[in-house]
Design a protein around this ligand. Structure first.
Ligand code: GAP
Length: 465
């Protein structure tokens, strides 16, 4: 069973070095989080696995790493300056601001209230008697559109500095580089471009740990196709994404697909589905798949004056703007989901064991090497093995000699290490009861099964597993 409450996970993340509150020694900065030593390993593994699956293992995909700051015209063309806004209401009493549609959604359970017109939100809040979550008063302003893009200035002379936006999605970097990629990479339709990177949104109500933050990472794909073929590729991507999440351990019973209503669609999309996960607070969006049609290319062609059409290499008369299918993953949200799903409390001999049953593909540490005691010659033998395994396998290994062996096993369980190797006096040939000379014990995180393996077979053994 996954974590029953978010607090259980937040506490483990802090205790074990996965995620810390941002700027903590200065009292923090609301809703910012820093990935600690184990968190960054987990994050890198998730990103690498994603890249391997969707870029390296496919002949029809290439990658990109574009800038966060882009020409302002990009956001005029993409529609973000005019349309990337949420409905904000303010409490007239305490001046706290909220997303009006979300307040309605949470109270009424209607999914989603974003389809409401702006001028319907305040009257509905009043009729339904939905009070301010901060002070409890029922005194709402009219809802107004609040643009979510972060602004900053580029240039050294303050008065002359140009207004620029921090990108709210990585997607636009792919669209503006389409021509460059086409000209340099000999790609033919259908093909896609993948990008992993930071995005920024001045969310009105961030929260639920890393679920909704103002700075986050996306893993996005823009898949370019011939007009008229969108249905087939939309279904293919839906399947591929579902497989990625379930292969990495997300239970199918806690995933569902939700189709957006027509009036809920983003300004660029003719069809969108979300893959939702059953979070401890309810169903929430994990991933989005959109049919962007030729919206972005026709806008960028218009605003830039550049020809962005694709010419069929087999038929130069066939020239058209490609259509786009967009699978868009939240990186931090995916990591949160993997951790919630992996968090397990189970009874072992009357004791409660907390174990993170992360897929071995993404667990931050592959193997822990644990000398049974602090005796110098035992530690030296364990260190020798540690170096050998790192050198010969390239796996990520932890070496831990502090505390009792039981405590060390518990720590490794909590950080999700799939296997622990214990070096004992049997290994040294000093205690046959512990095992034969030159053998070690391998303990499995999930079954708690232990097997004795000869050190000459160790690297092949851990690789095979
Ligand atoms: N290019 C399309 C796009 O950005 P989106 O549905 O707005 O679509 C895609 O975002 C994914 O990014 C979401 O499914 C979610 O996983 C993640 N995401 C969006 N806003 C987020 C936020 N404020 N904090 C964390 N993740 C977020």
């Amino acid at each position: 069973m996954p974590a029953a409450s978010l607090d259980q996970l937040v506490s483990l993340c802090k205790r074990r070095g996965f995620v810390f509150p941002g700027s903590e020694i200065y009292g923090g900065l609301a809703n910012t989080w820093d990935y600690g030593p184990l968190g960054v390993e987990l994050k890198n593994r998730v990103k690498n696995h994603w890249w391997k699956t969707f870029v390296h293992r496919r002949a029809d995909m290439v990658g990109l790493d574009s800038s966060i700051l882009m020409n302002r015209k990009v956001w005029e063309a993409s529609g973000h300056i005019s349309s990337f806004a949420d409905a904000e209401v303010e409490c007239k009493h305490c001046h706290q601001r909220f997303r009006g549609d979300k307040l309605l959604e949470e109270k009424l359970g209607t999914e989603p209230a974003a389809v409401l017109k702006l001028d319907q939100i305040q009257p509905m809040l009043m009729t339904e008697k939905i009070c301010c979550l901060n002070c409890g008063k029922l005194q709402w302003t009219d809802a107004r559109k609040f643009n979510l893009m972060f602004k900053t200035h580029q240039g050294v002379v303050e008065e002359e500095a140009a207004l620029v936006y921090m990108r709210p999605e990585t997607a636009q970097g792919i669209f503006v580089n389409f021509r460059n990629i086409l000209d340099t990479m000999r790609m033919r339709l259908p093909f896609g471009v993948a990008q992993i990177g930071k995005a920024f949104r001045n969310e009105i109500t961030p929260g639920n740990f890393t679920f909704r933050t103002r700075e986050f990472e996306q893993m996005e794909i823009e898949y370019f196709i011939e007009p008229g073929t969108s249905e087939k590729f939309f279904d293919e991507w839906n399947e591929a994404v579902w497989k990625w999440y379930t292969d990495l351990g997300i239970g199918k019973d806690r995933l569902r697909v939700r189709e957006h209503d027509k009036d809920e669609l983003s300004h660029y999309s003719s069809r969108t589905i979300d893959i939702e996960y059953k979070f401890p607070w309810g169903w929430g969006e994990l991933f989005g798949l959109a049919n962007r049609g030729d919206f972005d290319f026709s806008q960028h062609q218009k605003f830039s004056g550049q020809d962005l059409a694709y010419t069929d290499p087999d038929d130069p008369k066939k020239k058209f703007l490609p259509h786009v299918i967009e699978p868009s993953f939240g990186c931090d949200r995916s990591i949160l989901t993997f951790m919630l799903e992996a968090y397990t409390e189970e009874k072992v001999k009357d004791e409660t064991r907390v174990v993170m049953k992360l897929s071995p593909e993404i667990a931050p540490v592959d193997i822990a090497i644990l000398p049974l005691s602090k005796k110098e010659h035992l530690v030296a033998k364990a260190q020798e093995l540690y170096k050998k395994i790192i050198h010969e396998t390239g796996l990520v290994c932890d070496f831990d000699v502090t505390g009792s062996i039981g405590k060390r096993y518990r720590r490794q369980d909590e950080i999700g290490t799939p296997r622990c190797i214990t070096v004992d006096f049997g290994t040294l040939g000093e205690d046959i009861a512990q095992g034969e000379r030159d053998t070690v014990t391998i303990r499995d995180r999930d079954t708690l099964g232990q097997e004795r393996v000869h050190i000459h077979q160790l690297t092949t053994h851990v690789h095979r597993r």
